[in-house]
Design a protein around this ligand. Structure first.
Ligand SMILES: [Zn+2]
Length: 87
């Protein structure tokens, strides 16, 4: 990845905004590409990467519960460096 990952949407408290929904879909694309598995760690506010779920369920969790804001480096989903700092 040569461009910084877009993560500002993670700070959205309203999970119904276009910005948030688009962010979730970008995250899902990123996770699918990088995690070669049917199940991935779920970074929602309830699971906090403590559970592995099917992709569709992860997407549902993110839309329902919101993304865990402290998950700033997506190391469970293929990210290795810290190219972007969340303000
Ligand atoms: Zn979850």
């Amino acid at each position: 990845m040569d461009f910084p990952l877009y993560k500002e949407w993670m700070g959205e408290s309203n999970t119904l905004t276009d910005v948030y929904v688009k962010g979730v879909s970008e995250f899902m694309k990123y996770a699918k590409k990088n995690v070669q598995s049917e199940r991935i760690a779920c970074p929602c506010t309830q699971c906090r990467n403590g559970k592995r779920l099917e992709l569709d369920d992860v997407e549902l969790h993110l839309l329902r519960w919101g993304m865990w804001v402290n998950y700033k480096v997506w190391n469970f989903h293929g990210e290795r460096e810290v190219p972007f700092v969340l303000e």
